[in-house]
Design a protein. Structure first.
Length: 201
């Protein structure tokens, strides 16, 4: 696999060329030191941006456009690496050389970056995510083994047991208005690496 790394002012681009597969992918990784406040807001932001964009303001319209772009797949998530947290936004797509669409790659890139540049951030979606987070906390509290393990880890190393939220009440402290400011901070103040996998020129 041929690997090319290019440095830019605000991000690092990794091109990993591989001609074994017909599909390609783009992953945008955002990395910084883990804090409770950042982790809490991140738990809202990642699922929220995938609920709709200005160009495609509903899940139905997003899915219709994904099918139009030959079945692209999008996703995202976060993982802890020591005292750091890495968040990735990714997209899987068919190699443009198999498609007779001159602007296909540009359309793919725009679709992915619209999640970050033009998410809708609607109250109804925010409230739904809040309910899902609260339900997850309640299930953890009802599981005695999980709850005891969490407290033991916190006693040994507070960072080791850091959760986005300790209680249901903590979820209510985050407001939709926080998301717009946090999105800008997320983009401007993270270390960003963009990985492009596949047989692309």
């Amino acid at each position: 696999m041929e690997t090319i790394v290019k440095e830019f002012e605000h991000f690092r681009l990794h091109l990993l060329k591989n001609d074994k597969f017909k599909r390609c992918s783009i992953e945008i990784h955002f990395r910084r030191k883990l804090t409770q406040d950042y982790f809490s807001k991140l738990s809202f932001l990642v699922p929220l941006i995938f609920r709709g964009t200005k160009s495609y303001p509903s899940l139905k319209e997003l899915n219709r456009q994904k099918e139009y772009l030959y079945g692209i797949k999008t996703g995202g998530g976060s993982s802890r690496i020591g005292k750091m947290i890495d968040t990735n936004i990714n997209l899987d797509f068919l190699n443009p050389k198999y498609i007779d669409e001159p602007n296909y790659l540009e359309d793919i890139i725009k679709f992915l970056f619209d999640y970050l540049k033009e998410p809708l951030l609607l109250q109804k979606d925010f409230d739904q995510i809040a309910d899902e987070l609260k339900l997850s906390i309640k299930k953890r509290e009802e599981n005695l083994g999980s709850c005891a393990g969490h407290k033991a880890k916190k006693f040994i190393d507070n960072n080791m047991s850091l959760d986005a939220f300790d209680t249901v009440e903590d979820v209510d402290k985050i407001k939709l208005e926080d998301m717009k400011t946090f999105l800008k901070d997320f983009i401007d103040n993270n270390t960003i690496d963009i990985y492009v996998f596949g047989n692309l020129d």
